[in-house]
Unconditional design. Structure first.
Length: 411
């Protein structure tokens, strides 16, 4: 019988790969259209209603692109809509959130040292926060729609800082930063679903009915598209942050997350200014470097770790009580703990890789699933088998874990 844990891992791999593919498609189209929009130039003899044009060369040919600020006089015969890249990115990302963080809440979402929540409380807070993000953001946009856009962006940044602090004081560090990314990505996708696409449909409907479309719909849609453009890089950083304990498992992770948003703005500002042919703002490079140095400095603050005498709770008790746990503890401590320690002894390792600690029995019970996949089923750990773990030891890990799982199911 195929191991259900391995099968479940492959389900996650397939979903994660899907998420990456559709996200690349969305990000690519977003970056391209903002660059195109900024690069449009007003030239003589443009068609009526056209606000600018751009000539581009790619794939052995030339492209002549014109943009109508409101709409052309007649409805085009073929019209391509860009929406499914956004929807599929959010849907696949939310599915990953459910599979990894909701169904694995006790391992990845909840940290009793941060806030002792039940699974349903944690999931409820997660869902409510995503809905709150969209409500808060769209309210700010409506209030400041005719104001200086810098004021709007500052207001949005304040919300993001508050949410950074909130998430890191409710969820585990890993889950907190990923949720902040999901919070922002939800705003971006909701922009497409609730604002950009409906506004474009209004314009298309007016054209079909022979009415002159109201330019306000295009103005609002463009504003939301530009926001999405500036939020994209921080979202990518936050979605990848779970691979880097120096980002999520530090005392000042909420400040790090806040600075990431500023770093995303400085990077995009350089690109957008260049695309608009408005100069080469080298100061953005300096600002980005300073922000990155500040993030690196903040990351060296003491990491959060479970106390060595922490009590086993929940699923950890099942793994610790399974037959062979004593032998597994000896194997893992002998083969893995030189790196996965609070103060690693392996030369060149200064922090436990991925924040995984394997020093104490409670550490080992808590990381049972990872030990099984990384050192039992696969040979991913130790890297290049540097600690010379033997096949019999890997087999013992598999037997112990599967016995614990069967015991938990039967119990």
């Amino acid at each position: 019988m195929y191991d259900w844990v391995v099968l479940w891992e492959w389900v996650q791999i397939a979903l994660r790969w899907t998420h990456v593919i559709v996200a690349v498609a969305w990000i690519g189209s977003s970056f391209y259209f903002i660059a195109l929009d900024l690069g449009l130039q007003k030239v003589p003899h443009l068609p009526e209603g056209a606000s600018g044009e751009e000539w581009q060369v790619h794939g052995g040919g030339f492209y002549h692109i014109q943009k109508y600020l409101v709409a052309p006089q007649m409805m085009p015969e073929h019209l391509t809509w860009f929406k499914w890249e956004s929807y599929s990115t959010w849907l696949s990302g939310f599915a990953m959130l459910v599979l990894v963080y909701y169904l694995g809440a006790q391992f990845f979402l909840i940290d009793p040292e941060v806030m002792d929540l039940t699974v349903w409380q944690a999931v409820g807070i997660s869902l409510a926060s995503l809905a709150f993000g969209w409500a808060a953001y769209t309210t700010i946009c409506r209030v400041f729609v005719d104001a200086n856009q810098t004021v709007l962006m500052v207001a949005l940044f304040v919300v993001l800082v508050v949410m950074s602090y909130f998430y890191t004081h409710v969820f585990s560090g890993r889950a907190a930063l990923l949720h902040l990314g999901a919070f922002t990505a939800t705003i971006m996708s909701a922009n497409v679903f609730f604002v950009i696409m409906p506004n474009q449909r209004v314009v298309v409907a007016d054209l079909k009915a022979g009415r002159k479309p109201d330019p306000k719909y295009g103005k609002i849609a463009k504003q939301r598209s530009l926001h999405n453009n500036y939020l994209t890089l921080p979202v990518i950083f936050l979605m990848l942050s779970n691979h880097y304990p120096l980002v999520f498992a530090t005392e000042y992770n909420w400040i790090i997350a806040s600075l990431v948003f500023l770093m995303g703005v400085t990077i995009r500002h350089w690109f957008n200014t260049r695309h608009a042919r408005k100069g080469n703002p080298h100061w953005t490079w300096f600002a980005t470097a300073l922000l990155f140095v500040a993030i690196a400095w903040l990351s060296t603050a003491p990491m959060r770790h479970r106390a060595e005498d922490s009590k086993l709770t929940g699923a950890d008790l099942i793994y610790a009580a399974a037959p062979g746990f004593g032998d597994i503890t000896s194997i893992v401590q002998g083969r893995c703990s030189m790196c996965h320690a609070r103060e690693p002894s392996f030369d060149g390792i200064h922090w436990a890789p991925k924040g995984v600690l394997l020093e104490t029995p409670s550490d080992i019970a808590h990381e049972a699933h990872r030990i099984y996949l990384q050192a039992g089923i696969t040979h991913a750990m130790p890297p290049a088998n540097l600690s010379l773990i033997e096949p019999a030891e890997r087999a013992a890990i598999v037997k112990w874990y599967q016995g614990a799982v069967h015991a938990g199911v039967d119990g």
